[in-house]
Design a protein around this ligand. Structure first.
Ligand SMILES: [Zn+2]
Length: 425
């Protein structure tokens, strides 16, 4: 007797071939995969040929709790994750309190565990308030379960602090994740500095704010041997720097967001804050470079930077609105539609970017394959029918995405975490 039987699901086998089979789950594990499973189950779901994959992994989400529960909570954020097909996420530390101390970290971790519908790993902060020069006690935080360290939202402004942070992270074998942004080049900008900012008469962030700090970090990463991970890479120069650093043996990985792959500054319809995020949408040349970087392996993975905000915080002008867009409920679907269905990439590549690479880079437990004995963390996607994204369909509290109205394939039908249904359409 099985607990859950998923019939007629197509899943990836080898050489990018999809095969239609039945999958039986019991006690949180996959117990049988066959062309026809005849073992009875408590619940049977007919997938009608939908795509079954291991659960997606997102290494960059903002769940806003504690401190900003009006934007998102662990309950709503993790339901949104499940609705996107994600079973594992890594949660950012720009919270209140900031998890730079053991007390704050333990409180946040306990709340994640109590209210999370998916597996949530928590980042600890590099330093207090995400801005202090003194580096947090990484050994203690790692012992408490910090998956990695980052001050995401803020760049680490001095080389001395970054050197100390990388040495400490290397010592405890945790990745050091960087939001690269030199504040001396931001100039009060709200979008990319360039043609579009001049057209709209809005202040621009110099793209050198990202690449110049990244160049500095890569040199320090090489000297310390740390695993250095670049969050939301967005410029051509940054991609070139990571490509060169990899050729020099620097232990560096990089993530790119769906919005930096699919949009550039020419898509900004006007002074509409739903296009305001940090890093900002760049030029078509930058967008072409991040796509090329993802396809050639310079960029290792896709991560959403899911950043929910309240309605009020995203209304009106770029000036004054909050930075960030939501993404966890549209990430796989947009990537499937624009990379796989359009023929740029294969399902295998997509699953590599959204499951295998993130899992390996962050040393996450569990084998992320649909094999007998594997943890039953999986998602089922309808890749045959198109869907138009609407503002009222999200599980997230945030609806701040420029992809409302987009036509997508791959709506999530079912997400299973540890053998239990976490989301069902
Ligand atoms: Zn960031």
């Amino acid at each position: 007797m099985g607990q859950l039987l998923i019939k007629n699901a197509r899943h990836l086998i080898h050489d990018n071939e999809l095969k239609m089979q039945d999958v039986l789950i019991n006690d949180g594990k996959i117990v049988e995969i066959a062309d026809k499973v005849t073992t009875p189950a408590t619940r049977t779901i007919d997938a009608h040929g939908a795509l079954l994959t291991p659960g997606l992994v997102d290494v960059h989400v903002h769940f806003r709790e504690p401190g900003f529960a009006y934007k998102e909570t662990v309950a709503t954020g993790s339901l949104a994750a499940a609705r996107g097909g994600f079973t594992t996420v890594l949660a950012m530390p720009n919270l209140n309190p900031v998890p730079a101390t053991q007390a704050a970290f333990q409180q946040i971790k306990a709340n994640n565990e109590a209210n999370g519908r998916v597996h949530i790993y928590q980042y600890a902060a590099i330093s207090e308030g995400l801005i202090a020069e003194d580096v947090s006690d990484m050994a203690a935080l790692a012992a408490d379960g910090a998956i990695a360290f980052t001050n995401d939202g803020k760049g680490v402004q001095t080389a001395a602090t970054m050197l100390t942070a990388m040495q400490a992270a290397a010592k405890v074998h945790r990745p050091l994740v960087a939001h690269v942004e030199d504040e001396s080049l931001v100039n009060g900008g709200v979008m990319n500095l360039g043609t579009r900012s001049r057209e709209l008469g809005l202040p621009g962030i110099d793209p050198l704010a990202e690449s110049s700090q990244l160049a500095r970090d890569l040199v320090i990463a090489k000297a310390t041997g740390v695993h250095y991970h670049v969050a939301h890479i967005s410029t051509k120069e940054s991609v070139n720097l990571v490509r060169f650093a990899k050729s020099q043996g620097v232990h560096v990985t990089a993530e790119v967001s769906p919005h930096h792959l699919l949009l550039d500054e020419t898509h900004i319809t006007g002074d509409n804050a739903y296009f305001k995020m940090n890093p900002p949408l760049r030029t078509p040349a930058d967008r072409a470079a991040v796509i090329a970087g993802l396809l050639d392996g310079t960029i290792d993975m896709v991560a959403t930077d899911h950043a929910p905000h309240s309605h009020e915080e995203k209304q009106g002008s770029f000036i004054g609105a909050a930075f960030g867009i939501t993404g966890i409920e549209t990430s796989f679907q947009l990537m499937y539609t624009h990379f796989v269905k359009s023929g740029i990439a294969t399902v295998e590549q997509l699953l590599n970017w959204m499951i295998i690479q993130p899992s390996q880079a962050f040393n996450l437990p569990g084998n992320r394959e649909l094999t007998i004995g594997a943890p039953a963390d999986m998602a089922l996607f309808d890749i045959d029918h198109e869907h138009t994204v609407t503002a009222d369909e999200f599980a997230s509290k945030g609806v701040n995405t420029p992809f409302i109205g987009a036509t997508i394939y791959g709506q999530t039908l079912l997400t299973v975490v540890d053998g239990q249904i976490a989301y069902e359409a």
